[in-house]
Ligand binder design. Structure first.
Ligand code: ADP
Length: 270
């Protein structure tokens, strides 16, 4: 009997090992499949702006050959296409840095109100068909952070709000303070995100049904990078959304008080 028990136990252990191996195998296959799919999407996303750029340059070359000057409009278009491409490649590089733990922050006190005002001012001329509004509290809101990276966070959220909402829509940014926290909400009146997809929203390569069906370009890296940057600043990001109504992202960052500011950043010796 004892022997039979031992055999049974070892068969069970073998079976459990097989189940575990099978699970690992499936996980690895899924990871490989995702990587292949990503390579395909990424190549396609990079190819599209390259094709446009190539067409624009072709037009400019033909104009030159026929003795005409390339128009300012063509130059602007080429510049925009290069900017798009740079953005995609920068996102890919950032994901690499995040995954390998090499994304470094240059921390300093940052005035969040000024940062938001500047970010919005630079986006307004690029999105004349949306109403970008900004609401700020009294006084300065300071956080400790990397100004360039925090600008990237709000640029990503605003880019999405504009991209996934109709012309004429309001994109509202609001900064508030309370309980040692600065809160920035970015709301749009756009397509929204289905509730069942919200849990995956901040994963790499995620793209919602609502938007992929309408063939918006994108790699699904922006929100992954955004959440990582917010968390690296000791903050959190939250989202509420209703399909066909709109989406609100809220970024919460620890507020830097005057007293902490002195400790964290002692006044420079002249
Ligand atoms: P990308 O926009 O390049 O696809 P993101 O990581 O920025 O990548 O966003 C991932 C997905 O989340 C988008 O493809 C879109 O489906 C959805 N999404 C993000 N922001 C919004 C928004 N403001 N409104 C509706 N859907 C959004």
């Amino acid at each position: 009997n004892c022997m039979v028990d031992q055999l049974n136990a070892s068969a069970r252990a073998n079976h459990e090992q097989m189940v575990e191996l099978d699970r690992l195998y499936r996980q690895a296959s899924e990871a490989l499949r995702l990587r292949d799919e990503f390579l395909l999407v990424a190549s396609h996303e990079l190819r599209t702006p390259l094709t446009s750029l190539s067409l624009t340059l072709g037009t400019m070359e033909r104009k030159r050959q026929s003795g005409r000057e390339a128009s300012k409009e063509h130059l602007h278009r080429a510049r925009r296409q290069v900017t798009n491409l740079t953005g995609l490649v920068d996102d890919l590089l950032d994901v690499g840095r995040i995954r390998s733990g090499h994304l470094e922050l240059q921390q300093a006190p940052v005035s969040l109100g000024s940062l938001l005002a500047e970010t919005i001012a630079s986006l307004r001329p690029l999105s004349p068909r949306h109403h970008l509004t900004l609401e700020l509290p009294q006084g300065e809101t300071l956080v400790k952070g990397d100004e360039t990276r925090l600008t990237q966070v709000f640029n990503n959220l605003l880019d999405n709000a504009i991209k996934y909402s109709p012309e004429g829509g309001v994109v509202a940014v609001k900064l508030t303070r309370g309980e040692g926290e600065a809160r920035v909400s970015v709301s749009d009146e756009g397509v929204g995100i289905p509730a069942e997809q919200l849990p995956e929203l901040f994963e790499r390569f995620f793209r919602a049904h609502t938007t992929s069906a309408k063939s918006f370009g994108g790699l699904g890296l922006g929100l992954y990078i955004t959440r990582n940057l917010v968390e690296r600043h000791g903050g959190r990001i939250d989202v509420r959304s209703e399909v066909d109504r709109g989406t609100t992202f809220v970024v919460m960052l620890p507020e830097l008080r005057e007293a902490q500011r002195e400790v964290a950043f002692p006044p420079q010796q002249e």
